[in-house]
Design a protein around this ligand. Sequence first.
Ligand code: PMV
Length: 315
Amino acid sequence: MISKASAPGKVILFGEHFVVYGIKAILCAIDKRVTVTAEKIPENKIIIKSNIGELEVSLNKSMNEISSPLKPFVYLANKMIKKYNQSEGIKIYVKSEIPSGVGLGSSSACCVAGAAAISKLFEKTSKEKILELAIEAERTIFQNTSGADCTVCTFGGLMEYDKEKGFSQIKSEPNFHLVIANSNIEHSTEVVVSNVKQFKEKNEEKFSIMCQKELELVNRVKIMLKNNDLQGLGKCMKDNQKFLEIIGISNEKLRKMIEKAENSSFGAKITGAGGGGCIIALSDESNLEKIISELKMNDYECFSVKIDFKGLDTF
Ligand code: PMV
């Protein structure tokens, strides 16, 4: 038996970093996917083949001995094999359209699609249960994950995330394109978050004023998303980027990419932790090609996406 599932990547539209201090963030699933195929095999092994690496482990190998980014798949396969007392192994194929390590949710999409494809070999499960499993698997490589990325990869669309209140779906279907440009500088979210903490500790008053302004901005954004107000959203992206500059998560390359993208988009900003990773620029049909060609002319790797409203898909 073979089972297959796919899940989208994500971007943070607004609120990264400030979300750590209780402000709401807005996330959005993107139409670039990870597809995972799983099958039971007679060998006593878990075999993973992917375009981001390969791994082969015996069924009794301890999780602590595995340091590969593919570890979540081993966790998921082992968990199901143990639960159902199976003696054979599982082979897993992963195909990703999402660049990894640059804040586009590739590891969460792997965990969600992996949890769905692997569990489907054994049982019928709800999206909620798959999400729980995916977050558990993601914790094997990223202990402190909030689960926000896995949640948006599971349900798709737009989501607001509040540290205390959790997640809620934003019921809007705005029609825009995002151009994502990749700085190709890998970032460690943990390091950047800790640098921001230091900035906050040295600038408590300034930081608290920015948090207040970011909260107002996110509340305005929710109305603009409902009204498909791209001019307004673009202006908010520029304002949000100003705060991200102040807290020190930008750099020369990201600034240049944003400057180029802003020439023809509604607005552009860093998405995710910063220090590297990606920027996003807001566009519609009228300016999409222009932004892409301007970025490509300057040798920046970029591609366009739309919101993915489907989320996890099993077939
Ligand atoms: O780089 P990403 O997409 O993993 O985003 C990190 C988001 C932060 O707000 C910087 C950290 C967090 O845990 O919310």
